[in-house]
Design a protein. Structure first.
Length: 501
């Protein structure tokens, strides 16, 4: 085989998306709030885009109301007309001349928005502001405020503040780094003692248990010395946390001499302590959910989907700039600029219209398939794959994925994420499709009704689901049990009821 270097001409086929198609996919994926922001941005950057105002009837009604308001204001502020025959009303003409100078030379003759439109914008702005969560105090700020009240020495305060800056509220407020790493010289015994003193100060602050180095220390910091079960709780926290986690109560009974009933009683007291004391300082942003689609039921019982149109500005291309493109006195640079902006504006308008049409078709197909969810609730959901909706609508499955991404639909039963209607499932013994959500619901019911002295193993859960007409593999039961936060059969066992058998 001979190798050589050189330039050769080859032919190959590649798929390249046009900018217009890329823009259409981006617009389709945007939820209504982000679409509004995108439109506002485009209108700022593209001067040829204009928003279509309301009908002339609304404008005339708004103008009539505005005229009446202006007339009332003018009546209140109007000065008395000066009538002076000797000066030929010179004062009146001087006032008129001043008005001529006060009125601006440029008038925007485009129709103003109606009062309803203005009120709509005001309501939308109010709703947006209401959905913005107020920034709460951070864990660091909370601790520093308490440190300042203690009037510590400057060096001790600085060290405590440095330690406080490393505590993570999301992690529960634990100190996860060695104290030595906070020192300029980790071999300085005096600085290490100062750091330990500062840590002790922090551990006495609110929230109780903050700045602990592990779970054991966190729980012990919260344990009051006058607690009636202080000795027993201290013993369990110090030596048997792992045993409690795995429900090894007989082992604890053997090593401590406590009865099963006493261990369970003390364990219940232990649950009152907070393993993540700083969790309340974690900011939980309020997510504004604005539906993109609405479902209405017709007289014949059929559910019909409509797309949100009110909050999406209706755009058009400026007639002025269209005419300017054809003007004879326009330069080549101006025409090239306008041509690009006009094409961009038309592309955006077409992409929004295509988004609305695609979203409507996809949502209607989903509602037609999952209408029982609206009638009976989520327990009536049936398996549905995106490919089935794509085949029904006549689009690619990725188009369906983009259409339902981060979209919400308002139904008579409430607001649902559009993507939530797509669920996997299996076929029951009666031949009907069963969604995994329904299987999980049934699994929870079986576990809730089991004998806690002899909880069902995963094999037994498979058998009982089979009796209910649901054929599910054991690994599937184990997977969903763990995802639902349900412990194993050994951990669910109530040892206090075993002796009654």
């Amino acid at each position: 085989m001979r190798f050589s270097l050189g330039q050769f001409a080859t032919q190959k086929q590649i798929q390249k998306l046009a900018p217009r198609m890329i823009q259409s996919m981006e617009i389709l994926q945007l939820p209504v709030l982000e679409l509004q922001e995108r439109i506002d941005q485009e209108m700022t950057e593209n001067p040829v885009l204009e928003e279509i105002e309301h009908s002339q009837d609304e404008l005339e009604g708004a103008e009539a109301l505005q005229a009446a308001e202006d007339s009332r204001q003018s009546d209140d502020d109007e000065q008395e007309l000066v009538v002076d025959a000797d000066s030929n009303n010179a004062d009146d003409f001087e006032r008129l001349d001043d008005l001529d100078h006060e009125i601006p030379d440029y008038f925007d003759e485009r129709p103003r928005a109606s009062i309803n439109r203005v009120q709509e914008f005001a309501d939308r702005h109010h709703d947006t502001m209401a959905n913005i969560s107020q920034r709460g105090i951070t864990l660091y700020d909370h601790l520093v405020l308490q440190l300042r009240e203690l009037e510590l020495e400057d060096e001790l305060f600085a060290m405590a503040e440095r330690i406080a800056s490393t505590l993570d509220a999301e992690g529960g407020g634990y100190l996860t780094i060695p104290l030595e790493s906070l020192l300029r010289n980790d071999l300085d015994e005096q600085q290490l003692a100062l750091a330990q003193q500062a840590l002790n100060v922090l551990q006495q602050l609110d929230p109780v248990g903050v700045a602990a180095r592990n779970l054991e220390e966190c729980l012990l910091l919260q344990l009051p010395e006058d607690h009636p079960f202080y000795r027993e709780l201290h013993l369990l926290i110090t030596n048997h946390l792992e045993d409690l986690e795995h429900n090894r109560l007989p082992m604890i009974q053997k090593q401590t001499g406590l009865s099963i009933e006493d261990i369970q009683l003390i364990w219940e007291e232990l649950r009152h302590l907070n393993p993540k004391p700083a969790a309340s300082f974690v900011e939980k942003p309020v997510i504004a959910v604005v539906p993109d689609l609405f479902v209405h039921q017709q007289d014949d019982g059929k559910y019909v989907v409509t797309v949100e149109e009110r909050d999406i500005p209706q755009l058009c291309v400026s007639d002025y700039y269209r005419r300017r493109l054809q003007a004879s006195d326009a330069s080549l640079e101006e025409k090239e600029f306008l041509r690009r902006k006009l094409n961009g504006a038309q592309w955006l308008i077409d992409a929004i219209q295509q988004r609305q049409a695609t979203l409507l078709k996809v949502a209607q197909a989903i509602v037609d398939h999952q209408y029982r969810v609206i009638d009976d609730g989520l327990e009536a959901i049936i398996p549905l794959k995106m490919q089935k909706i794509a085949d029904k609508v006549g689009v690619h499955v990725t188009t369906v994925s983009r259409a339902v991404d981060d979209k919400w639909i308002q139904t008579p039963r409430g607001i649902f994420p559009l993507r939530g209607f797509f669920v996997g499932g299996t076929t029951g013994d009666d031949g009907e499709d069963v969604a995994w959500d329904n299987i999980r619901t049934r699994l929870q019911e079986i576990i809730d009704s089991e004998d806690k002295a002899r909880p069902h193993s995963d094999d037994e859960l498979v058998r009982r689901l089979k009796q209910a007409g649901l054929s599910v593999a054991r690994r599937t039961v184990t997977k969903y049990r763990k995802k639902m936060g349900i412990p194993s059969s050994r951990q669910r066992k109530d040892w206090s009821k075993v002796g009654d058998r």
